[in-house]
Each structure stands twice: as C-alpha cells, then as structure tokens.
Design a protein around this ligand. Sequence first.
Ligand code: PAF
Length: 282
Amino acid sequence: MDIAADPTSLQQTLQGYRTAGQTVAFVPTMGNLHAGHLSLVHRAASLADRVVVSIFVNPMQFGPSEDLDAYPRTLEADLAQLKAAGVALVFTPQPEHIYPEGIDAHTKVSVPGLTTVLCGASRPGHFDGVTSVVCKLFNLVAPNVAVFGEKDLQQLLIIKKMVRDLALPVAIEGVATARADDGLALSSRNGYLTPEERAIAPGLRQTLTAMGAAISAGERNYNALCQAHSAQLENQGFKPDYLEIRCRSTLALATSDIRQLAIFAAAKLGKTRLIDNLQLDL
Ligand code: PAF
C-alpha cells in the first residue's frame, strides 16, 4: 500500500495507475476508521481496479465551538486496517496542503437549497466545508467513482447535486449504513459516549424504526408523529436537534403524496451529537 502525504506524491502514484489503464474508486474519510468505512472500501474495491482513500480531518467543516481538536486521530491503526482491506493508496494531507493560504482565503464550493435544512441549519457553514474539500479531493484524485455512506444521507444528496451542477466527471455511489448489533449507526463520534450513554444510544434507531412502521401502516400526520417521537427521545435522555420527515430528493418537508421519504434524526446524548436516518419507499 502506498501512502502519499502531499498532493505531489499523490499525483505521481496516480499517474502510474492511469498509464496502466487502471480505474480508481475513491473513499474520502476523516480517519478513525471503523467497520462502516471498511464497508465503503469494500464497495469501492468492487467498482474499480484501484482503491484510493483519503484521511483528512477537514477543519473547514467544523464550526468554532465544535470538536475539531478533540476529533479522534488514529492514523497508524487506520493505515493497518486499510492495508488489510487491500487499499492501493492512502492520501494523508495536512491542512496546509489543502488550504495553502488558510481556510478563509480559500475558494468555497457552496450548494444551495439542500444545505439550509437539517444539519445545515444546526451547523452553519458545515456543508460548504464538506463540498469545498470533496470538490478539491475529486480534482486531486480524479477518480472514476467515489463512495459515501448513507448514514450522512444529506451529505450524500448534496455531493450528488454538486457533481451534477458542476458536471464533475465522477460517479457517486452510496452505501447502506453499517450498524452495531443493537442498531446504533457506526460513527467515529460513538467513541465519545459514556457506557451509560452508549446503552441509551440505540434508542435513536428504534425511534426511526417505530416511525417508519407507523408510516408504512398508513400514518400521514407527519407533524404529530415527529412531535410525539421527539418527546419520547427526550424522555430517554436525548436532546433532539431535529426529527423530520422529508422528501428524499429535494429535502422538502414531506407531504402525504410524497412516495420516497427519509426520516432524519439528530440528537445529543451528553456532549455527543448522533445522527441517523431511515429511508422509506411508500
Ligand atoms: O463524511 C465524512 O467523513 C466527511 O464529511 C468527508 C466526506 C470525508 C469530507 O471531509
């Protein structure tokens, strides 16, 4: 497995793949890898000759009071997992490689509309940070296909729109959320949970499943459903940020005639912010 610590060495290794006529599948990550990331890597391996993974904790997508400094950095363990998974190349840039003149002086890529709701409303500027770095990584890696997790469904929809709008020559592939046995969506931030919080955490998924079952059984008063389940989350010890039923393509609040829905949830348990979603086809 090759490791490229800067864009120049990344380009040199990628040039070798292109000369050999090999296709590239790309998995961008912020490291602290778990089974969810490895499921993206495995999907990537089925889609192209070579898998390239980036590990970059992107400062542009963290708000001033968020966990940039505390975000877990576990490079050696990450590299061992990627090597075992058969990854060809890992890109491990530093912020100065991605933002040579600093974050504020850097060009931003901003997707309108989809970024203003859900996590975009609670985390202003977050998605501009995501699309700016993903667009730059796409330009550096020039992959044939890039793979993202459906746990961050809003992020996936935003990246698909960016790729459509800017005619970026890359296919985008979504992979179903990897979960612990008790249903909790795997996330690097789960490591922040205390044992007591970890025991409560699967309640988020259970709420989504119960809401999905109610909708499948004919419930269409989405507002009341969200309010009731939000109150239940609070009773369990969560501080809900949002619990909303939205159209899966436009992210508009769902009305009873929308067939492709997703229930989106974000809630804090102590200091840890958890997100999850459930996709429904009526
Ligand atoms: O989903 C993530 O881990 C990040 O948002 C991404 C796509 C790697 C961009 O920094």
